[in-house]
Design a protein around this ligand. Structure first.
Ligand code: GTP
Ligand code: MG
Length: 196
């Protein structure tokens, strides 16, 4: 799998536009501004294939990126208080349609800002994934904002906060400014899609 050779494929803004697919898909989920689009750019070795914004709520569509026969899926961020109600219900419809459509979801990276506690939204997403049997990894983003000691403390705290939701899964601190975690995430993607 050549991560450097990726293209933007499509954006879906409504459930009706969503097409069924059997290509293996790897998803990125998490609250607005947590760093989903930045992480995708880092994985793909690109500066701005996925649009990044300092303002939360930038990605209100499901965006598909194609790497060979694998799709990376940038899910719309949730939990941003200033988003109007109509947008919030569009978000739930879109997410529900995505997860209920007949597709090959291989893995979900659930992103949580390393500096903040796990939100009820994060927790319900993880509970849903666990109940659905979809493999997932928890990624603690913006790790460069903390020093080594603080990072270790937050990692332990998050594992505790998650309890059984962290069992049989990895919790990986990540920063767009470091390369090691990027390779770990790429390895997970390769493993989950190894015939592609
Ligand atoms: P939505 O599309 O609104 O859901 O947001 P998103 O989760 O895609 O976040 P995005 O990648 O747009 O990043 C939000 C902000 O966080 C931007 O200002 C990024 O530059 C910043 N950011 C993302 N990752 C990192 C990181 O690892 N370290 C630091 N310091 N900043 C980061
Ligand atoms: Mg985004």
């Amino acid at each position: 799998m050549n991560f450097q050779n990726a293209t933007f494929e499509k954006a879906f803004g409504t459930a009706a536009q969503l097409e069924p697919s059997h290509l293996p898909e790897i998803c990125f989920s998490g609250r607005s501004n947590v760093g989903k689009s930045s992480l995708i750019n880092k994985l793909l070795g690109r500066k701005s294939l996925a649009r990044v914004s300092a303002k939360p709520g930038k990605t209100v569509t499901i965006n598909f990126y194609r790497v060979g026969d694998v799709r990376l899926v940038d899910l719309p961020g949730y939990g941003y208080a200033k988003v109007p109600f109509a947008e919030k219900s569009r978000w739930s419809e879109l997410m529900e349609a995505y997860f209920q459509s007949d597709r090959a979801i291989r893995h979900v990276f659930q992103l949580v800002d390393i500096r903040h506690p796990v939100t009820p939204f994060d927790r319900s997403m993880l509970e849903f994934l666990k109940a659905s049997g979809i493999p997932y990894t928890v990624v603690l983003t913006k790790a460069d904002k903390l020093n080594r000691t603080e990072k270790g403390e937050r990692l332990t705290a998050v594992m505790q906060e998650l309890g059984e939701l962290a069992e049989n899964t990895q919790v990986i601190p990540f920063s767009v400014k470091e390369n090691e975690a990027t390779e770990r995430l790429r390895d997970i993607i390769r493993r989950e899609t190894d015939f592609c």
